[in-house]
Write a protein that binds this ligand. Structure first.
Ligand code: C2G
Length: 450
């Protein structure tokens, strides 16, 4: 008996997939179809898959062409499956020509011509309304946003506004699409959603205006520097039925989310301590904006929401006490801040440096083991779970697609399309809690200068 195996995502199963399966089946007597699981697809950069793995398996089963269906979970599984099921032929569409030649060591490899004129991407595009996004503040981060948005289906950057018109024009020219508006209000009027990438102190007014006008908002982190303002913004968003999301890229990346779910599943026992840090040792010129006292510069405002993320995700938003220790420069801006947050049964500490260097890792200590995420942990692509018995240690590898903004854009758009006003990956309460830490610093509450 000749066994044939083929693999795919089979999102929105279409004629191209069916023809491929028919021809693969005709190569032998027994067809095995591997269907990718959702996290494997995300890891290999397929961010826009519409059907979940169960729906996709059902669709493949309904074709009646597969004798056996397996789930593809990891890189390298194809070799394992070929050996395990004693496969004679590996078949795949011609878009993969040459990519699977390495399997020739284990079985025959056949590339079947791809059906022209149809793809899951086309079907998704045809059934999806576009979300027109307006970019406010056309500086460094916005320049990264525009090419990232192009990687997310449905996202169309339709307009730009910057107080410095040339900055908006330059960005529009670079991206080759979108209109430059003379005022923020006109931009808001023209789009469905806003990406706010202005300096911190403008976030509150601009987000509020956009939300009040019924527009969805993805606002750069820190959303605001005060808990009351954050609460107010989320209340307006809820009242108007629009999405407000803080653009904390780590919160939406696959590896960080997997880390959180593994820890929440008890793999290191109860969490009793978290140490998170991040620092930049650039020269003063490079840090001019980040250290500018008139633009709420300083290490805590600038970077605090990254180390605060694992803390509030794993220990919650209700801490009993927070002490802050900072070194201030001659303009009163913190170049280094350490915060210690006391929870019932746990303590978390974070360190931030802008002009001070420290090891930038994340360690989560538990009653049965600990998680170690090396620097730069906020671009999570690797972590380890470690135990007293080193034989139990486990390493987890992922990929992080630079610069990582696609993760937040994707979450923002799916929240809009699905009418989901909250993201479980970064909840309004978690954003409020981070803003609360900023407020305490501003008010110099339990604050010690070092
Ligand atoms: N296909 C086709 N014609 C199309 C579209 C897809 O013949 N118009 C084929 C692809 O070449 C592939 C199969 O259908 O052989 C499944 O395609 P996808 O669902 O896009 O999955 P893909 O990303 O190609 O998965 O481990 C996963 C595999 O490596 C490939």
């Amino acid at each position: 008996m000749k066994k044939v195996i083929t693999y795919g995502t089979y999102d929105l199963l279409h004629e191209g997939h069916i023809r491929l399966l028919e021809r693969a089946k005709a190569l032998g007597d027994w067809l095995i179809v591997g269907v990718t699981n959702d996290s494997f697809d995300r890891e290999r950069g397929k961010l826009n898959v519409r059907n979940d793995v169960l729906e996709r398996v059902d669709a493949v089963r309904a074709t009646g062409l597969a004798v056996q269906i397996v789930i593809e979970n990891y890189m390298g599984q194809k070799i394992d499956d070929i050996l395990k099921y004693d496969v004679d032929i590996f078949a795949i569409g011609s878009d993969w020509e040459g990519k699977f030649d390495y399997l020739g060591e284990y079985c025959e490899v056949v590339y079947l011509p791809r059906t022209e004129g149809i793809s899951s991407t086309m079907l998704r595009a045809a059934s999806e309304q576009e979300i027109r996004i307006g970019v406010v503040g056309c500086g460094r981060i916005a320049r990264r946003f525009v090419p990232e948005a192009a990687k997310v289906e449905r996202a169309v950057v339709a307009g730009y506004y910057d107080t410095l018109r040339e900055a908006a024009e330059q960005l529009a020219a670079e991206s080759g699409a979108g209109v430059v508006y003379d005022s923020f209000e006109e931009l808001v009027d023209a789009v469905d959603a806003l990406y706010i990438a202005t300096p911190h102190l403008s976030h509150y007014e601009q987000s509020r205006y956009a939300l009040e006008h019924g527009k969805h908002v993805l606002c750069e982190t820190p959303l605001v520097l005060c808990a009351e303002q954050a609460k107010e913004l989320f209340a307006i968003a809820e009242h108007n039925g629009v999405v407000l999301l803080e653009a904390n890229k780590t919160a939406f990346c696959p590896a960080f989310n997997h880390l959180v779910t593994l820890i929440k599943s008890g793999l290191i026992g109860d969490v009793v301590g978290i140490d998170a840090s991040e620092s930049k040792l650039w020269n003063e010129e490079e840090l001019r904006r980040e250290l500018n006292p008139d633009e709420a510069g300083g290490s805590l405002y600038e970077m605090g929401s990254y180390p605060l993320l694992p803390i509030v995700k794993l220990l919650g938003t209700q801490y009993d006490n927070l002490n802050l220790y900072s070194r201030l420069n001659d303009k009163g801006v913190d170049v280094y801040t350490r915060g210690i947050m006391l929870y019932s049964g746990a303590v978390a500490s974070f360190q931030l440096g802008l002009g001070v260097k420290t090891e930038g890792n994340l360690v989560v200590s538990g009653t049965q083991g600990y998680a170690y995420i090396p620097s730069p942990w906020w671009k999570t692509d690797y972590f380890e779970l470690r135990y007293e018995d080193q034989n139990k240690n486990k390493k987890y590898f992922y990929s992080w697609d630079e610069p990582g903004l696609r993760y937040e854009i994707r979450e923002f758009l799916s929240a809009i399309v699905e009418g989901r006003l909250r993201s479980s990956r970064l909840t309004p309460e978690e954003s409020v809690a981070m803003a609360e830490v900023m407020s305490r610093f501003t008010e110099r509450k339990n604050f010690f200068e070092i």
